[in-house]
Design a protein around this ligand. Sequence first.
Ligand code: GDP
Length: 678
Amino acid sequence: MLNLTRQMIEIRSILQSIDPNDNTLKLPSIVVIGSQSSGKSSVLEAVVGREFLPKGSNMVTRRPIELTLVNSPDLAAEVAEFPALRMNNLTDFEQVQKILYDLNLAVPITEAISNDPIQLTIRSPRVPDLSLVDLPGYIQVEAADQPTELKRKIRQLCDKYLEEPNIILAISAADVDLANSTALRASRQMDPKGERTIGVVTKLDLVDGAEARGILTNRKYPLKMGYVGVVTKVPQTSIFKKKTGYQAFIAQQNFESTFLKDNKDEFAGTSVGTRTLKKRLMRVLERSMALSLKPTYDRVQQELEEASYKFKVEFNDRSLTPETYIASSIDTLKGAVKEFSERFGRNEIKSVLKNELDQKVLDLLASKYWNKPHDQSREIDLDLRDIVNASPTDVYWHRKLDLTTNSLTKLGVGRLSTTLLTNALLTEIDNMIDNTTLRTHPMIKQVVRDAAEEVLNSRYYSTADQVENCIKPFKFEIELENSEWKQSRDHIIRLLNEELRSCDQYLQLLKKNIGSRKLTQIMTYLENKDNSIGETIERENIGFSPGILSRGRDALFLKDRASLLQFRISCLKSSQCKIKENKYKCPEIFLAAVADKLTQTAVLFLNVELLSDFYYNFPRALDAKLSNGLTQEQIEAFAKEDPKVKRHIELQQRKELLELATSKIEDVMTLQKHRTKH
Ligand code: GDP
């Protein structure tokens, strides 16, 4: 059998995914309305053949339920799906009820209703192919205590669904006067001529036959598609034991058919029964879908032309999917890492680490050697100036160098160097990301960074430990070659010269900011004060602000440091410091040599343990995280982080869906023609 309705329902959902808010791009659905207790749920459940709607006196539908029924002759029983929640193959209808209940209650009561529909598909051998919407809100509109704003919101939502080309299924109970039917009143507003409304009269069993007949042949509110009378619930009296599931459906069918048989004469010439209702719904839906097909096709064509034009103009017809986009961005990044690996190797790690250790050497020299003894009278440290004339066997200077060397070798070089390299690599990865299209993707950026951190962290401790182990011998003894001594001597002289230059620069800056004369005044004042002329001067010079005084102190410090550096540089250049045997008199050279040894050893391990491993494993970790670790939705979400890419992908998707809809509608139209011919 040619199942046109099902294909049209499929087309309908394609169109809906293109633009859920565009009413012109839409095939009709059947929208069910009815006030509370009119029997609306019972009608829907009788059509489905299962109880699935949440019940309870406080259970007011807050979200529209878009229900797609798919006739599936091969299935043994009903199966439900919530496509948006990716929940498929649900056979437990109590669970379906519970999910609907939770989804419904997730809408805060203050908002009354939500525009976001719940999509539910039920496949069953017993259902017809239908697309129905259970619309919320009619009771709320009626409720007097709703704020006007909410009423307007509810009305808007309902009106959107009740618009053409949808069919309205208006449910009224037989035991309530039709003049008071909320559903008929609402349908008359949107469909004044009664052209697309089917009236359903429930609870026929509650009125006598003649009255029921009167309602079904209603002339006061004529509907072109007519009224159908049903009995959708078995009355819950003691003689009927309550049934559940499919049994309840059978009981309802039996009860209804017995009732209709018993009242055959009264219902002659009217439409009654759930089966009749189902058939009518199918027929009406198919017919109105068929009528909508051509106008929808024309609209789809128009939209397609527009989308194709934009796609050509804006993106030059270049195809882009989230997958290819992400893959090519990641390839660019991998390329950048590869290129970086050719630039950044052992020598580069060395220079990063050497800079850091040089700094540590300068800090140690400053704190252990260069500091002027604070109080000359209670001096415990010897002044560095004495070192030149000290005897080569002077224990004081021996001990001092040994202690300082210890501080350097026990610095925790393992951790320090591993952290340095790790941070350098992470910074480099950030820079690389910023040079690719990934810079506009905060989520992907994070994934890439996580991958880098994961790879680096996995080697952190073992690398740090290995480095620490290998520098261990230097903690006990350090042997130097003459050539190493010479090299370190040149190196430290260069470093000290740089230090001297930066002292001078700072001093010049202070002079410039404060004024040369004023600075000299302050410095003289501070020097005199330090020479303990004391309180008198303090009082005489209150003209200087504390800020100025503190900068004056900085200037004095810089001047002292500069003269000390000059003195040390000249010592280091002197013949005394040319030989390594004089290391106690030339601590700067010795410490620089130690720093160099530590660096060289650390670099070997950092290169093997961390850097090479990173270059090998990082691209693989990226692949693992991105290709296998991400769902289709995540990939799409990542790609769409960039507004331009989002637009590109969405326009392309729109175009493809419109093309798909076009070809499907064309197929259905051909089938239709074929059917009318035969
Ligand atoms: P809704 O609030 O409009 O969804 O209405 P329900 O489907 O929950 O029905 C309201 C009440 O009417 C329930 O107690 C049902 O058992 C009862 N009911 C529904 N249909 C019929 C019917 O055809 N005959 C009888 N006697 N009771 C019905």
